[in-house]
Design a protein around this ligand. Sequence first.
Ligand code: NAD
Ligand code: UDP
Length: 330
Amino acid sequence: MKVLVLGGAGYIGSHTVYELIDNGHKVVIVDNLETGHLEAVHPKAVFYKGDVRDRSFLNQVFQDEKVDAVIHFAANSLVGESMINPLKYYDNNVCGAKVLLEAMVANGVDKIVFSSTAATYGEPERIPILETDKTEPTNTYGETKLAMEKMFKWTSKAHHLRYVSLRYFNACGAHVSGQIGEAHSPETHLIPLILQVPMGKRSHISIFGDDYDTKDGTCVRDYIHVTDLASAHIKAVEYLMDGKESSIFNLGNGVGFTVKEVIDVARKVTGDEIRAEIAPKRAGDPAKLIASSEKARTVLGWEPKYTDIESIVESAWNWHKNHPNGFERN
Ligand code: NAD
Ligand code: UDP
């Protein structure tokens, strides 16, 4: 099949493009390179530099490339920034989705898989979190992703378009080839920040709060390898190609680790003492987020391969130690 990947030069998008091409599919990428990297674009993919909000550009891409389905990663996704500049998030995430849906409807493309997030739940009502649990985001970023889900829902009813929303938990790790990995700037995610300590790029890792109601007082998260996320996207596109109905799936390992546990694993993997300091809590951080991914397993037949945190951190370390400056020349 031929798939249009919006945001295919970004972290999760580039890994999904590698997975698609490795599985014999054709890929067209659209990315404005705001946070993505040309170096992360697979050499066999067709690449268009442009913005999802650019209606005539997007129409042209749909007319020139007859794609079977769309995978949509292109968004802004920094929680802190979304609280300071909420309209940037409404503009890119919500208005971007609107323009994209208009172009899909106009060009008769009726299948889309897109990135949603655990941040749509807010403070969870129970653990593990089910797709049917209440969604009350505690930040603008999560709110815009929820708005996107609702836009897809109502548009799908009116225009016979079908979608799969994938609510990722904490994406991490890097491609087994060592060619691509996580390279956000600024970096805000826990695992790459911890690994900056043994790389000599920071003196210590800050632990955001140690009096949460968890086993060691630090926040618990469900860490899921980016390659496992990538394979879920392929399963989701195949599910839509089989004519199945629109749906929402959580993607996580179903196991939670505290911040302190992740630091300990990184100490073991890197052999570095990795100094840690307790810092104030980060606003809007729920104490515990763990997915139930039973639905993705049973309905999509998805099976994550990186199920232990040590192999996930090892894979991230393999990328970062060889690319201390990400995609910039070292
Ligand atoms: P990323 O920033 O690495 O990738 C996003 C890509 O989209 C970048 O290449 C960027 O240049 C591109 N982009 C952004 N706005 C665009 C626009 N208007 N037009 C064209 N291209 C545009 O982020 P990521 O970590 O790979 O996340 C991908 C998706 O997954 C996002 O939608 C994010 O909200 C979601 N998500 C990420 C995580 C995570 O842990 N990283 C967790 C849950 C959900
Ligand atoms: N965290 C931390 N120190 C950091 C970065 C993150 O203690 O320098 C914590 C954060 O509070 C959260 C967990 O690590 O509990 C994972 O944070 P991340 O930003 O990676 O992902 P999030 O869960 O916010 O999507």
